[in-house]
Design a protein around this ligand. Sequence first.
Ligand code: NAD
Ligand code: GLY
Length: 367
Amino acid sequence: MNDQTHYNLEICLPAGRYPVHLGPGLLGDAETWAGTLPPGKILIVSDSNVAPLYLDTVKQALGDRPAEILVLPAGETHKTVASWNQVMDKLVEIGALRDATLVALGGGVIGDLAGFAAATYMRGIRFVQAPTTLLAQVDASVGGKTAVNHPAGKNLVGAFHQPAAVIIDSETLNTLPLREYRAGLAEVVKYGVIRDPGFFEWLEQRVDALNEREVHVVLETIARCVRNKADVVAEDEKEHGVRALLNFGHTFAHALETLSGYNRYLHGEAVAIGMVVATTLSEQRGLCALGCATRIAGLLDALGLSLDWPAEISAEAAWEAMAMDKKALDSGLRLILAKGIGDAFVDQSSSQHDIVRAIETHTAATA
Ligand code: NAD
Ligand code: GLY
């Protein structure tokens, strides 16, 4: 059994590298913060759920370093230009200069928003990601994608801006609602499907431990995801190629999220369904061995994710929404498909008929 509790990981990019510290209790670890915050003003941005739980811990760990605080309402609906503007106003109000550091304490919403604020304030200041959801720990906090939503589309306004460090305190998962935890597990499974078959198998063998949030298994899970993401981002920081594989299942998921008004599914829940449909499509087109979709569905189901396609969203309507997705290109809908577990690729040759058929097959299978 692996009883490692602390992992020092690293993201290496052409322009430099940054650490990902992972372990229980790191938010309260003065040494970790001291090594992360050079002189200059500090602004901690958090949300109304996370701040009451963890802000005091961070402030105590900062000791006599003064930190300004901005707490925003929680939730995806607040990942907006208006919230970004609030961060700008706060940075101006506290007199932040280019040596300031912005700390994002929260899930992917706060990470993306604070990251985009850091990317844009004075043409870019340092920021530190302190992710508190599983989804943000395994995906959103690493790799430098930052954004806010626009009424016309999710993440439509954004920038690539890498954090100076990522501090993952695995104990924050103790307070994470079960539904959010499970949504994060969908993104965990994604790494196995797109590039790491050994990890997929490892997850299959640890379903009970994952469901019970067994500390060492959760820590190793996060570490393996971060390593996978680090490899992808090192190879393709700005998504000109292999990074697109991280969008596996996402085009279907975005259609589900859009057509259900963004209030029915958590992102990871929609991604879980999207991954199974994408694999079904791959199988039906003869690109993937039969049985992969069933195997992926089996793992997601065992991890508590519902895979039902909603009866009120027709396959045709989903196709229309997918064709509007910003990842769609003129030369054909761009999808990530699977050749097998651990082997995904970018495809632009699926027809409307193929896509509709895959959704209909999945709908029938889950009805
Ligand atoms: P989130 O930030 O909304 O957090 C989910 C909920 O959990 C919120 O209500 C939050 O207040 C609460 N919460 C957070 N941590 C908690 C904790 N430890 N205990 C109790 N409650 C806690 O959602 P998310 O799933 O973390 O992130 C979703 C966002 O991430 C989306 O906007 C998505 O676009 C973005 N994302 C970005 C990337 C990227 O590469 N930048 C990747 C994937 C997702
Ligand atoms: N979550 C997708 C990416 O980071 O590219």
